[in-house]
Design a protein around this ligand. Structure first.
Ligand code: ATP
Ligand code: MG
Ligand code: MG
Ligand code: MG
Length: 480
């Protein structure tokens, strides 16, 4: 099943169950001081769970563009190293606002996965909450009983507060959850005892695909729980992981979500995916980060030196330096992958088509300028290393200066130093970084090198972050 059809089937299925299908909220959040980027499907509905406002329907389903690169959910360090955490991913979700509850949520998840998508029942594991949620009681019996109607009891596992109890914050709505995992381990990795397969939930191929949250309590300021008068359902399923399972692959990158851009990158770099671990990681990082940066820019978050824009700039630079270091790419290349992404995803996310000019323009210019930085930094570092002679250690303040003045990444300095048989003075570098943090706390931020969007008359403007209003097509922009 093609990924496009997998997405369509999810939305269609919940439509037949009376859900209103809505668009993804933008990936960039404008009005939420607690969150820079949308990191889950529920973010756009948060206010309804808090009892503010009324949703268009009490049953809603969608796919949400998510970015997990900052704050509580930061998966950046895993991206590229593993094959199932992305920076940007789609979260498929269905919601009930005070309408249906556990019975339907569980039955429909089961029906969709096993009947519509055809996942074998013998591959599925589910978890239910068991633990102290703050009031001593222990088991989500209701969920356990409901799951038992669908799945063998030995496939139901118990999870504690950390994994199976969801809370919006220190106070507010909360409740137990059930996660659905699919076992796609190769035969050789499966151990059986007395005819039963042992499950290792930490195995990367016993993959968590879906989280069903049952909001039924309100956490009060004193830590106690009160039952909510209106109970809600909030679910989130990783689209790329689902595609991996349904396409019979063992990595999200082997699905049709990533293969087209990987193939283009192979063509540009002359490096084959699968050739070596280091280059594979680099290829995964590039095609992953491309999506994060492209979707963020298309939603109006341009690279800059502060806040959310800085996060985007750093993600882009991370991709550039992986390409430079491991794939030998010394000229802008990421912008060349964009047409493939647009061709694959532009039908469903028209913003990729609408904002193509700015996305490719900004990515290309950012790439050119950062590659110049890399070249300059390399020259300077090579000179310094020559002068250092026998010491074999590059001082921390040198690494800091390269980073601070040129934007030359410390991990690149580390690698260049190693190539010359040098190490870097890590403690000295950390000390300089700490000093700079102190200084920047005191100084008023000096913002340079930021992108701004211009209107027809050349005045600075911004696009509405709400997709429903985002009629502005970005056609003019400049750097300040
Ligand atoms: P994990 O334990 O794998 O990090 P999670 O428990 O943090 O996932 P949830 O917050 O429960 O994830 O999000 C719901 C679903 O979104 C997950 O079951 C998973 O399928 C998907 N998901 C979460 N994080 C990522 C990511 N970084 N990349 C791709 N899919 C993700
Ligand atoms: Mg996680
Ligand atoms: Mg998890
Ligand atoms: Mg989870």
């Amino acid at each position: 099943m093609k990924s496009k059809d997998i997405r369509k089937e999810f939305l269609h299925f919940f439509e037949t169950k009376g859900h209103l299908i809505v668009d993804s909220a933008p990936i960039v959040l404008k009005d939420d001081p607690t969150l820079m980027f949308n990191n889950s499907g529920m973010a756009q509905f948060k206010e309804y769970f808090l009892g503010n406002g009324t949703p268009k329907s009490n049953r809603i389903a969608d796919t949400q563009k998510c970015l997990r690169v900052s704050g509580k959910h930061n998966d950046l360090d895993d991206v590229g190293k593993d094959t199932y955490h992305h920076t940007m991913f789609e979260m498929l979700g269905n919601w009930s606002f005070g309408d249906y509850f556990k019975k339907e949520a569980i039955a429909w998840a089961w029906e969709l996965l096993t009947e519509k998508y055809g996942i074998s029942k013998d591959q599925i594991y589910v978890t239910v909450f068991e633990g102290d949620k703050g009031d001593g009681t222990s088991l989500d019996e209701e969920a356990l009983e409901l799951w038992k109607q669908h799945i063998a009891e030995d496939r139901i596992l118990y999870g504690n507060k950390k994994d199976n109890f969801w809370e919006m914050g220190d106070i507010g709505p909360c409740g137990p959850c059930s996660e659905i995992h699919v076992d796609i381990r190769p035969e050789a990795d499966r151990l059986t005892v007395d005819g039963k397969t042992l499950v290792n939930m930490d195995h990367p191929q016993v993959i968590e695909i879906w989280n069903l949250v049952f909001m039924q309590y309100q956490r009060k300021a004193d830590g106690s729980l009160e039952s909510l008068p209106a109970r809600h359902i909030d679910t989130g399923m990783g689209f790329e992981r689902l595609a991996m399972v349904l396409q019979g692959k063992s990595s999200n990158y082997d699905t049709d979500v990533f293969q087209p851009t990987i193939q283009k990158l192979e063509e540009i770099s002359g490096v084959k995916y699968g050739a070596a671990e280091k280059t594979d990681i680099a290829i995964r990082v590039v095609v992953d980060h491309l999506r994060a940066v492209a979707f963020a820019i298309a939603d109006g978050q341009l690279p800059s030196n502060t806040g959310a824009g800085y996060v985007i700039r750093r993600i882009l630079r991370r991709a550039i330096s992986y390409g430079y270091r491991f794939l030998g790419l010394k000229e802008p290349f990421i912008y060349k992958l964009y047409p493939i992404l647009k061709a694959e995803m532009g039908d469903f996310f028209p913003e990729l088509v609408k904002q193509e000019t700015i996305v490719t323009g900004v990515i290309r210019e950012e790439e050119a300028s950062f590659l110049r930085t890399i070249e300059q930094g390399l020259n300077r570092l090579n000179q310094i290393i020559e002068q250092l002679g026998d010491s074999k250690v590059v001082p921390g303040d040198v690494i800091f200066e390269l980073y601070d003045t040129f934007g030359f990444p410390a991990d690149l300095s580390r690698i260049v130093a190693e190539d010359h048989g040098f190490t870097i003075d890590e403690a000295g570098f950390e000390a300089e970084m700490a000093k700079q943090k102190e200084r920047s706390k005191k100084a008023t931020a000096l913002v340079t090198d930021d992108w701004v969007i211009l209107d027809d008359k050349g005045n600075e403007t911004s696009i509405a972050y709400d997709n429903t209003e985002a009629e502005v097509k970005i056609t003019r922009y400049r750097k300040v």
